[in-house]
Structure formats: C-alpha cells, structure tokens
Design a protein around this ligand. Structure first.
Ligand SMILES: NC(=O)c1ccc[n+]([C@@H]2O[C@H](COP(=O)([O-])OP(=O)(O)OC[C@H]3O[C@@H](n4cnc5c(N)ncnc54)[C@H](O)[C@@H]3O)[C@@H](O)[C@H]2O)c1
Length: 332
C-alpha cells in the first residue's frame, strides 16, 4: 500500500514548516508543501528537510484553481494553513489579500476536493474567530465575534468549511489553535518581536496597559495535534471544531517582562503605546474536547522550557530574523 500523501498549504510559513518537519520525522507520510512564498513564506524554514525523499515543494498560490486541482488530485489529506496571518497588517493595509487568500483560497481547495475526493480536510482556523473571552475557558461553543479583518476572514473560512461538511458531506475537521509561538515565527508577531527587540536593545512596544492575555501554544504541540487529527477515526472528528489550546493564559505585559528577565535586559526597554484597534482582551481555551476526541494535550508549558527554547532559537538564528525584518517593516 502506498504512503498517505499529506498536502500542507502555506508550507514555508511558521506553523506549516514546523508541521512539515514534524510529519517527516514522526510519520511515514509523503508530504507536499504548497506555498506562494509571500513576505511570510521563507524557504530557509524548510532548508534542513527540502531534500527529504518524502517531501515535495510546490511554489504556487491557493487561489490558483487549476494548480490546486492538480495538486489535490495527488493528495489524500489536506492541511490548509496558507493564510495572510497578521492581524495588524489586516488593519493597516486593508483586508483584500486576507479575503482572497483566507476565504477564497479555502473555497478553491474545498471545491477541488468536491471534484477529486480526499480522505480528510483539516482547516487551520484560529481562536481569533471567538473575539474576547465571554467565558473561562472558551469552549468550541463560544460565540464567534471576530474583532479584526483577519479574524473575520478566518471565521468566514471556518464556517465555509463547515458548510461543505453539512451540504456535501465532505470529511472536514476544523482546528482552532490559540496563539502559537516557537522557532521560525516571523518577527512581526508579538513574542518574536519582543525577543528580537530585546536582543537588539530596542524598545519592546506593548499595546495599551498590556493586560490583554493569550493562551500560548508551542508550535510542536500544535504539530502533534494535527498529527492526531490525521490519525483519528474519521467518524469521531468529521464536522467537528476542536480547540488547540493549553488552558492557561498569560498577559502580553508579563510576556515582555519574562523576555527581558530571561535575556538580562533592563525593564526600561518596555514602552507602552496606544491600544491596538480591534484588540482582543482575553483568550483562554478549553482543552477538554481535544483530550476527549484526539487524546491530545499540550506538553510544552510557556514558563517551563517553551520560552527558553524559543529565545535560544532566535539567539542562534540572528541572520534569519534580521533578513525577515529587512524585508518587512514590522507592524508594532
Ligand atoms: N501564528 C498563530 O499564532 C496562529 C494561531 C492560530 C491560527 N493560525 C493560523 O495558522 C496558519 C499558519 O499561520 P502562521 O503563523 O504560520 O502564518 P505565516 O504567515 O507564518 O505563514 C503563512 C504562509 O502562507 C503562505 N501563503 C500566504 N498566502 C498564500 C497563498 N495565497 N497561497 C499559498 N500560500 C500562501 C505564506 O507564504 C506563508 O508561508 C494560518 O492559517 C493562521 O491563520 C496561526
């Protein structure tokens, strides 16, 4: 029997490159990484695995229906993670690319799957679809109140995927990961922005009073959750929405302090700037459903190793983040 072929879209980005590496290391799957290589996609993220015999890289856009149809025809499982992913960019530069990549790109993949069926389609949605926590912890039944254009496009793709499960009976699973962190995250995102600023003795800008809190998920734990969804009994997961969370939240202010402490930098580097439009106050995910359906729970705690390992990666890979910063002005 031939190996399962897993298409990971956005495969040169932060989460997907870590997922590609994880699947190559821990499973016998063949992996196809499809990426348009926007400012956020970086072939260096796949440098150590690009010659792997079970990896194929396709440079292409999820909005290219013909290409997508061809790639999907050679695929058993789709993990759709390609996206415009930066909240501030969606606010400052407009939502157009977010709508086309995040919503239309998902629709094109779903339609390709209607003409050439696959075994399962895993949509990487986002906890951002919930908006600010109305309950503690937030479970999958929490209302959807996206507060930024980015979050609204993720909610659109999330519900579009669900509708293809209901309407066409397609094998769709929707994951709602909370805030990921770890190696290879673009320095536009808050934790690498803090780490790289501190390493360069630059200010760490905190929005508002910094009380906004997030549930911080290590990207390796996220990759394990995706592996568990691919392996799960389809009847148990088809049509389901599953949070990928730790159940612990930490404020952005505290994160800035922890980064400065860990690097032995003065607290004077921390500066407060006006609150971000569309800010989400609090995120804390319920972990119960992922445990019940997937037998998965996060193994890496932020305070106990996760932050240290991430800081070490940025310390050891200064050329990587300096290049990324040069190519993209960071939206603070
Ligand atoms: N980072 C987080 O904390 C987080 C949390 C929850 C959900 N997510 C979701 O996880 C996924 C990955 O996030 P990330 O942080 O790794 O993002 P990222 O910005 O690092 O990577 C996105 C990748 O998608 C590619 N891409 C963009 N537009 C494309 C297109 N039209 N066609 C093909 N490829 C395209 C980019 O080149 C890049 O490699 C996204 O769907 C995001 O919404 C991220």
């Amino acid at each position: 029997m031939s190996a399962t072929r897993v298409l990971v879209t956005g495969g040169a980005g932060f989460i997907s490159s870590n997922v590609v590496r994880h699947l190559l290391e821990t499973t016998p799957y063949e992996v196809i990484s499809l990426d348009a290589l926007t400012y956020a996609g970086n072939m260096e993220n796949l440098e150590d695995v690009i010659t792997h015999e079970r990896l194929t890289f396709v440079h292409g856009d999820v909005r290219d229906a013909e290409l997508v149809r061809r790639v999907v025809a050679e695929t058993d499982v789709i993990v759709n993670a390609a996206a415009e992913s930066h909240v501030e960019k969606s606010i400052d530069e407009g939502a157009s690319e977010f709508v086309t990549t995040n919503v239309e790109g998902t629709q094109i993949l779903l339609d390709a799957m209607r003409s050439t069926p696959v075994e399962r389609f895993i949509l990487i949605s986002s906890s951002e679809v919930y908006g600010t926590a109305e309950s503690d912890p937030m479970d999958e039944g929490h209302p959807l109140n996206p507060r930024s254009p980015y979050a609204a496009t993720k909610a659109g793709a999330d519900r579009l995927a669900y509708s293809y499960f209901v309407t066409y009976g397609l094998p769709i699973v929707i994951l709602r990961p909370f805030n990921n962190y770890g190696p290879r995250q673009h320095p536009e995102k808050v934790l690498p922005r803090f780490i790289t600023a501190a390493l360069a003795d630059q200010p760490l800008t905190v929005h508002g009073d910094g009380h906004a809190s997030r549930d911080w998920l290590h990207v390796d734990d996220h990759a394990e959750a995706i592996e568990a969804v691919i392996a799960a009994d389809l009847d148990a997961v088809a049509g389901e929405v599953i949070n990928v969370a730790t159940g612990v939240d930490i404020s952005v202010e505290r994160i800035a302090d922890l980064v400065l402490d860990a690097l032995g930098k003065p607290s004077s580097l921390k500066v407060h700037v006006p609150e971000r439009a569309g800010q989400v106050d609090r995120h804390i995910g319920s972990t119960e459903k992922a445990k019940r359906l997937l037998g998965w729970e996060a193994r890496t705690s932020f305070a106990d190793g996760g932050l240290e390992q991430t800081i070490e990666w940025y310390r050891a890979n200064e050329a990587w983040w300096r290049d990324a910063l040069e190519q993209t002005p960071v939206h603070a």
